[in-house]
Design a protein around this ligand. Structure first.
Ligand code: BG6
Length: 297
């Protein structure tokens, strides 16, 4: 396993060729490639990777608020999707399991850990959200797929409420050929239709701007599968994250997002975002929230 840590990013390559690259800014995964070198994540051509703005693409981390919450006093002042994706995370180190067989290197994996806490958070964010916390984000690359998991601990004396989401931009070839299964018979909040609560019948297809918060009826370990032309492109299994946001900006919304390039790039992406964002998770003093996703293809 080959690791490099330079230029404010950490990257890792498995002996079989799979790779991952993580920016310290936001602990944002900006690239994940299979062994043939095919990129699995969508990243905007205009994404800012210099820390001036949250990254448009890859896997930004949403915490402690999803969207904005004007009626939730503790997070009302925070920027959209919170501060995690705009904060400089620390690289805490790696643990790898090398294959013991040189003829069969296919069981190697590597885990990269990143940390953010109230001790390392910038003063501006701290002033807006004064709780004492620590977060560890682990990105694990294996020959089977990519897992990303977060543990958030309340290290203070006061309880806080939070939301967390892994805002994953999956790269696909043609959105019109995509079908999402695993959300059948599930309730969702339709953010493009006045936040009405609706019920999904059948699979999900994308034919226009889509912004929905699903709470899948089937439970986290039942996969959300993205198929393209009938064959599996991705399968997402969640651990302790009850919700799944499905987002595609389509033509007009993409046109209005400055860092979304190319403008027809919405045809090549679908966000399947595992999280806990309908309602709030309360963390009492000393409590921790632990959630993860595993994406395979
Ligand atoms: C999704 C939200 O998770 O993120 C959408 O449901 C939002 O409402 C999208 O538009 C992108 O957000 P941002 O802040 O990265 O432009």
């Amino acid at each position: 396993v080959n690791i490099s840590h330079a230029n404010s990013r950490v990257s890792a390559v498995l002996p079989t060729g799979e790779s991952v690259e993580v920016l310290l800014f936001g602990a944002t995964v900006i690239s994940w490639k299979d062994r043939a070198g095919n990129e699995k994540l969508w990243l905007s051509d205009a994404a800012k990777l210099d820390g001036s703005k949250a990254v448009r693409g890859g896997i930004p981390l949403v915490f402690p608020v999803f969207g904005t919450a004007p009626n939730h006093a503790a997070t009302a002042q925070l920027p959209q999707h919170g501060f995690a994706r705009n904060s400089k995370w620390e690289f805490l180190g790696k643990s790898s399991s090398e294959s013991t067989s040189s003829t069969n290197p296919s069981d190697a994996s590597i885990k990269l850990d990143f940390g953010l806490s109230s001790a390392t958070l910038d003063e501006k964010s701290k002033a807006l959200w004064p709780y004492t916390f620590s977060a560890i984000y682990s990105v694990t690359l294996s020959t089977d797929g990519l897992s990303t998991g977060i543990v958030i601990t309340n290290d203070g004396k006061e309880a806080f409420e939070c939301q967390v989401l892994l805002h994953t931009y999956l790269r696909i070839n043609d959105i019109t050929k995509v079908e999402v299964t695993g959300l059948e018979d599930s309730e969702y909040i339709d953010k493009v239709d006045g936040a009405k609560t609706k019920s999904q019948s059948g699979t999900v297809t994308i034919t226009g701007e889509t912004d929905r918060v699903y709470t899948p009826a089937k439970g986290p370990s039942s996969p959300i599968v993205v198929t393209e032309d009938g064959s599996t492109a991705f399968s997402v299994v969640r651990d302790n994250l009850k919700d799944v946001v499905v987002w595609n900006p389509w033509t007009e919304k993409a046109a209005g997002i400055g860092d979304f390039e190319p403008k027809d790039g919405f045809k090549n992406m679908i966000c399947i975002e595992a999280g806990s964002v309908s309602g709030w998770t309360t963390l009492e003093a000393g409590d921790a929230l632990d959630g993860a996703q595993t994406i395979s293809y």
